[in-house]
Design a protein around this ligand. Sequence first.
Ligand code: GLN
Length: 306
Amino acid sequence: MKPTEQLLNEILDEVRPLIGKGKVADYIPALAEVPANKLGIAVCYNDGEIIQAGDSEEDFSIQSISKALSLTLAMTLYQPDEIWQRVGKEPSGHAFNSMIQLELENGIPRNPFINAGALVVSDLLHSRLSAPQYRMLELVRDLAQNPHICYDKVVAASEMQHSDRNASIAYLMRSFGNFDNEVMPVLTNYFSYCALKMSCVDLAKTFSYLANKGLPLGAKKTIITQTQSKQMNALLATCGLYDGAGEFAYRVGMPGKSGVGGGIIAIVPGEMAIAVWSPELDPSGNSLAGTAALELLAERIGRSIF
Ligand code: GLN
């Protein structure tokens, strides 16, 4: 069943009391300034219909949701082995910015959605593209059908000023020979991808390709193959929410990707892409009210991949 705008509004009203019970990300100072009471949701059905409620057209920092886009871009540029010999496909069970497994596992990150893995993917993009930031922007503008999407330079700069941990992760991987380029330019690109400013409507449209076997909204040609789309959804379902992936699968039951800006995208393969936004996070760095909204939506429309 297609969700209605009324249903989305009801769901937002039900989860709103959770605001105040989580914590806005403050390790990136520019993110700490975002008002905690923002709440939005948008659904993009595969036929192109958009259903939305709350602050669904307001831009926010997509942060780690961009990791799904950079992996998609890498999939279009590399053979599978070239990617998967450098990054694994297993859930990490650790925080998104953990480096504990890297030391034990020869600098190979567990999966492409923790910071270490996304940095390797950014390194791959850096090696193959002459202007990776421009290419990424072009890709999201095309997918979202919105030429106004841009990077938030303040957020990117704020992250660069507090980049010790991500830089350490990259240098550790470099010491193991799993990083080909200079660390700083790759970090700069990675922070820009994270600092993409998009709304729930933009994100739901953007990720429509994962609900539609690799075919972007309004496009005639797939961006990745049906097989790659299945693989992306499998990785999102197992690794997309870090050490909260099991809990998210249990409660929501959809492939998903979160970001510390408070956004989450979720996919119902064959039907729709969903984006929610509420800036306060749970201890794993996933949107508290956003997860609850997706859980209610999944239940009310009777959808789960399980
Ligand atoms: N830019 C953030 C970081 O690297 C992304 C983290 C996230 O959204 N989980 O720390």
